[in-house]
Design a protein around this ligand. Structure first.
Ligand code: GDG
Length: 730
């Protein structure tokens, strides 16, 4: 744009100058031509006049022929008083010989000239009267070639055009170089240095910037120094707050705690799922956060503490976006820690993930009446992938003394022992995000001993509730040789102690970076929902979540309380999950057909009791839905904790809304003022929804306030601080 304007201006100026120059040249050349014609005509007239007077045609002809050969003379002609030719040169152009100019100069008795066109060439015809005794006796015509004037003008325009083009090229290149070196580079450097100041890597903006940016950098320096002061004040405050145990935990406080407690020992997280997935959609790489409780919980901890998170690469652009070691800094728009991706083959994934993790261990640990499938080949892949993860981690910690390692979940039960075997100095915890079943239930697993031995490699084994810890201790007692110490809640084997403790997981409350936007109804209106009451469910489409049971609760309510028909819509966000596994596909079909059945039974022209959204929603969108829902339904048949329940509570800043919560979700221990139900009873679920929708505001507030207090006090920062403190202290 700027370049085009500059080129336009330069061209305009150049055209103006060329016009003036050409004009001047034309005036000069014409004047010179005219005076030369005049001179020639004067001297010729003198020698010709006597012969004309004497009518000596032959001598006139001789003089004409002699002069006609001079340079630039195209022709000469002598005419008598009646404008008839007396003598003319051979090649005189026709246009000149018959010119009306001859008659005119004789009439006026005054010489004159004019430009004419002959044979496509410009000519200058000059006529002079011949006089004798003050009487006009004829006229002399001199014809000169004037084409060279046109040629000269054309050369001027052409040369100037070439010069202009050269100037344009030089000016454009100069602008490009100027913008790149003088503006763009210093600006990029300034932006980079601001980024590192913001990330806390540097404390000052770059001083060595170009002079013209200096006023800006001096202002920014002041800002960064205020930022530094604010940071120091905040960490000082956090340090002070560390002593006051009942003040809320924040990301800042966790950071300070880790600095003080671990003295900069780095943290490593190992999990199956990765927090950021890169996918290529129409040649454009996009990233997303996958649905799942482990990600929701661990991500804010890593953002606060930094460190390295090792997980399975799962997006089709994951390799492309990571470096040769599989590493990438995340979150993508504000990097704070390193994600190291581990690559597994489709065969490994099928056996380790679809098979052993999700068709054996998942149904084994959840009482949802789905039969576990134990296949030897899945077990082989599971072991292989656990070794792969352990190796990838060992590579990362090879130069690090006493690293802190947090292994996540049932996919990696064998990893703790593998890590500890190579690195006894590492402090390893495994957190089991799902329930631990009774010893009798676990006994059906053919590889129960190997799994327990793998887990007991850890110095700390964490579960959500005391009940799961008790079940685990009972299982260990009945399956392997070990000393069980119920006093210290530890298992001792071959001189190694594993502490077993409950850490009820939570979410980042407070300190959730998302701003509290006023809930905008347009999101539900765009789904065609226009009812008085909104009931909401948010789950991965997993059979432990009890979605068909929830739907039956809705059906029961509409049957027993017809007053809700047309007034209540249940919106279920069902994010796709584990699509490669048959039971999950069948379950998705069941949910879809149940929703359809209920809609067919009750729907009217402009109202539908159930809206099923079988797709992923961002956390930001979910928060808006939480704020709009009069009631949130968490009816899991069995659930380690359930973070949706806690997210609903955290989103209700105005303390309204009611949570209906399954007794079989770990969250029911932390949120006892929810309406706790048995999800297997449609009647109980329906009654709880009715109670929620008719609950006086004051009671809603009382219940919500107490739940919010509990989530605020025991948020994910406190959860991780307690795990790290216990682990470092074992
Ligand atoms: C396991 C245990 C335990 C939901 N849809 C989307 C999405 N979500 C988010 C929710 C929530 C998380 O996923 C689900 O967490 P849950 O805790 O409810 O469930 P699981 O995934 O089964 O988690 C569970 C948890 O681990 C932690 O220990 O509580 O008991 O089963 O945060 O908001 N997130 C995104 N898109 C969605 O569509 N990004």
């Amino acid at each position: 744009m700027v370049t085009a304007a500059v080129i336009g201006a330069v061209s305009l100026i150049a055209a103006g100058f060329t016009f003036i120059q050409a004009n001047q040249e034309q005036v000069d050349l014409t004047a010179r031509l005219q005076s030369r014609a005049q001179l020639l005509a004067d001297s010729l007239a003198e020698s010709i006049t006597p012969s004309v007077r004497n009518a000596s045609t032959s001598s006139v002809q001789r003089i004409v022929d002699k002069f006609a050969t001079q340079e630039r003379i195209e022709g000469l002609g002598v005419f008598d008083a009646s404008a008839s030719p007396i003598a003319i040169s051979r090649d005189i152009p026709q246009a000149a010989a018959s010119s009306s100019l001859i008659a005119l100069v004789m009439d006026e008795n005054e010489s004159a000239g004019a430009f004419v066109l002959g044979d496509g060439q410009s000519m200058y015809v000059f006529a002079e009267p011949l006089t004798s005794d003050d009487r006009v006796i004829g006229a002399l015509v001199v014809v000169q070639n004037a084409q060279y004037i046109q040629d000269r003008l054309w050369i001027i325009w052409r040369d100037n055009l070439v010069r202009l083009l050269l100037q344009i090229i030089i000016v454009t290149s100069a602008i490009f170089v100027l913008v790149r070196w003088v503006f763009f580079r210093p600006l990029t450097r300034l932006v980079d240095s601001l980024k590192s100041v913001r990330a806390g890597v540097r404390t000052e903006t770059d001083g060595a910037v170009h002079a013209f940016l200096r006023p800006l950098t001096s202002e920014l320096s002041k800002m960064t120094s205020s930022l530094r002061q604010a940071r120091t004040a905040a960490s000082e405050e956090a340090r002070l707050r560390l002593q006051k145990i009942d003040s809320p935990w924040t990301a800042e406080r966790l950071r300070e705690f880790i600095k003080a407690y671990l003295k900069d020992r780095p943290i490593f997280v190992v999990s199956n799922a990765e927090p950021y997935v890169h996918t290529k959609v129409r040649n454009k790489i996009e990233w997303s956060v996958p649905a799942g409780g482990v990600i929701t919980a661990i991500e804010p901890v890593m953002e606060a503490c930094g460190g390295t998170w090792i997980a399975c690469g799962s997006g089709n652009a994951d390799k492309e976006t990571a470096d040769k070691d599989g590493k990438i800094r995340v979150p993508p728009d504000e990097p704070k820690y390193t994600l190291k991706r581990v690559w597994i083959t489709p065969k490994e994934r099928k056996g380790y993930y679809d098979g052993l993790s999700n068709q054996a261990l998942w149904p084994l640990c959840h009482l949802a009446h789905v039969r576990p499938q134990f296949r030897k080949e899945d077990w082989a892949e599971y072991r292989k992938v656990n070794v792969l993860f352990a190796k990838s981690l060992l590579e990362e910690i090879r130069h690090i003394e006493r690293p802190i390692i947090l292994v996540q979940d049932y996919h990696l039960a064998l990893a703790p022992a593998l890590i500890k075997k190579s690195r006894p100095d590492a402090q390893v915890a495994i957190f089991w995000h799902i329930p631990w079943p009774s010893a009798a239930q676990f006994a059906i697993c053919p590889w129960r001993k190997e799994i327990l031995e793998g887990m007991l490699g850890a110095d700390l084994v964490g579960f959500h509730t005391q009940q799961y810890c008790n079940n685990f201790m009972d299982t260990v007692a009945s399956e392997i040789e070990a000393r069980i110490d119920y006093e210290r809640f530890s298992v001792f084997r071959g001189g190694h102690q594993s502490r077993v403790e409950p850490f009820p997981i939570s979410i980042a409350f407070p300190g959730n970076a998302e701003p509290d936007s006023p809930a905008d109804r347009s999101m539900i209106e765009s789904l065609g929902i226009r009812t008085e009451y909104l009931a909401l469910g948010v789950d991965r489409l997993d059979y432990i979540k009890g979605i068909p049971e929830r739907l039956r609760g809705i059906e029961f309510l509409l049957d027993s309380h017809p007053e809700y028909r047309g007034k209540l819509t249940f919106l279920q966000i069902a994010s796709p999950t584990r699509g490669g596994i048959e039971q999950f596909q069948e379950y998705a079909q069941l949910v879809i057909s149940e929703a359809e059945r209920i809609n067919t039974k009750f729907a009217t022209r402009d109202w539908k009791p159930v809206v099923l959204e079988h797709r992923s929603y961002s956390h930001k969108e979910l928060r808006v839905l939480y704020q709009l829902a009069n009631v949130c339904l968490v009816t899991s048949l069995h659930d380690g904790m359930n973070l949706v329940a806690k997210e609903y509570v955290a989103a209700r800043t105005e303390e309204g809304g009611v949570l209906v919560l399954s007794h079989f979700a770990g969250a029911s221990r932390d949120l006892p003022t929810a309406l706790v139900i048995n999800p297997y009873s449609a009647e109980e679920t329906a009654e709880a929804i009715h109670k929620a929708l008719t609950m006086p505001e004051s009671e809603q507030h009382r219940r919500m306030k107490s739940m919010r207090q509990s989530v605020r006090e025991y948020n994910i920062y406190r959860w991780s601080a307690e795990i790290i403190k216990t682990l470092a202290g074992v």
